[in-house]
Design a protein around this ligand. Structure first.
Ligand SMILES: *Cc1c(COP(=O)(O)O)cnc(C)c1O
Length: 379
């Protein structure tokens, strides 16, 4: 299914949402059955076969927003990422990952891949040729994540996809930070797009889910692995995800708007050190981000406070301290205390993850209220 005829605002409301055909209500009913008739249906429905009505509604909507043919919805982002990887990799294969990876993905490959006999190389993604240099005859996958966590580095999606195509290698992207609103990697040549739906897709800090959207060919491969690994999402949560998706464009647009305004303000405040946001013209990935993120630069930014970051986060009133991201409420986190706590001081320094760096997930609140909260906490 290709949905190019409608804008994302329309797709977010209508794609994949059939409504209630029995009572003519506007909303997709919840179909919680885990047991279905096996005779009178074209295929046996079962939650762990990823083919129940509420799962389908979610997949159709996200696939429409990502311009993908089809997809699979999972119970977490990690389930989507690991199942997609294991669907296209086997013993003896090699994969190339960008080194700036979400901590959970990095941990998963480092701890799991050796057990599967799968080798991997981590490369600096700032130069696309680094991926090509790491390719071996047994390389089957290239995996990227852009913008990256927490310093919002931008990887050239199209350049990496072209390298992979030349070598017959499958490409997977973690598109969580951008959301389907801002960046659509399939249009740039990527094969499989994964999301932690826990973030912008859920959008209200109350759902854990994941998704992989791709072509029919790769959906088939992912499903084969997924029925063995499980990780299916239940009907009630799917229903909430479908509901959340109806406002994703509105939410993310306001988050884009707020994040740019806040990043621009932070640049002007002498009490702030480095500011990382791809929407800033002096960000090293700005031109690339402008080209490959047509929807906007996203709601994530990072910055250093010159005084104590801990004190600053305790003085904030509106902006809450919390891990995770992508909710309607603004949240802030200290990477050295959370995602990068286990990374050595030397490695952290190389990544730009200093003690005073804070990662800000900008919500949908009023822009000036958020800036005022930062100002009063800095005072
Ligand atoms: C949160 C996150 C994940 C993992 O998703 P879960 O839903 O927590 O399993 C993967 N990638 C990125 C970029 C994330 O932010």
């Amino acid at each position: 299914m290709k949905h190019t005829s409608h804008s994302k605002l329309t797709l977010s409301v209508h794609a994949g949402s059939p409504g209630d055909n029995v009572y003519k209500g506007m909303v997709t009913p919840v179909y919680p059955s885990s047991a279905y008739d096996y005779e009178d249906m074209p295929a046996t429905l079962y939650p762990r076969y990823f083919n129940t009505p509420n799962q389908k509604a979610v997949v159709e909507k996200i696939a429409a927003l990502e311009n993908a043919e089809d997809g699979v919805v999972f119970s977490s982002g990690m389930s989507a990422i690991m199942t997609s990887l294991l669907a296209v990799l086997q013993r003896g294969d090699h994969a190339v990952f960008q080194s700036d990876l979400y901590g959970g993905t990095h941990y998963a490959i480092v701890t799991e891949f050796p057990h599967y006999g799968i080798d991997y190389t981590l490369v600096d993604a700032s130069i696309p040729e680094n991926f090509e240099k790491a390719i071996r005859p047994e390389t089957k996958v290239i995996f990227i994540e852009t913008p990256s966590n927490p310093t919002l580095k931008i990887t050239d999606i199209k350049a990496v996809a072209e390298i992979a195509k030349r070598h017959n290698i499958v490409t997977i992207i973690d598109n969580t930070f951008a959301s389907p609103v801002n960046q659509n990697p399939i249009d740039l040549g990527i094969d499989i797009v994964t999301h932690s739906g826990t973030k912008y897709i859920g959008g209200h800090s109350d759902i854990c889910c994941g998704v992989a959207v791709t072509s029919k060919k790769y959906v088939e491969k992912i499903l084969k692995k997924a029925i063995n690994t499980g990780g299916a999402l239940d009907a009630h949560t799917c229903w909430l995800v479908e509901r959340s998706l109806k406002t994703i464009v509105l939410r993310v647009r306001q988050q884009n708007y707020n994040a740019l305004a806040i990043a621009e303000y932070l640049k002007t405040d002498s009490r702030i050190g480095k500011v990382y946001y791809p929407g800033l013209t002096d960000h090293p990935g700005h031109a690339l981000a402008k080209a490959q993120m047509p929807g906007g630069f996203g709601g994530m930014l990072s910055f250093e406070v010159k005084n104590s970051a801990t004190e600053f986060t305790h003085k904030l009133k509106l902006i809450k301290r919390a891990v995770s991201l992508g909710g309607v409420e603004s949240t802030i986190t200290s990477p050295v205390k959370t995602s990068h706590a286990k990374v050595s001081a030397a490695d952290r320094a190389a990544m730009g993850v200093t003690d005073n760096l804070l990662r800000f997930s900008v919500g949908i609140e009023d822009t000036q209220d958020l800036i005022n909260d930062i100002k009063q906490a800095l005072a």
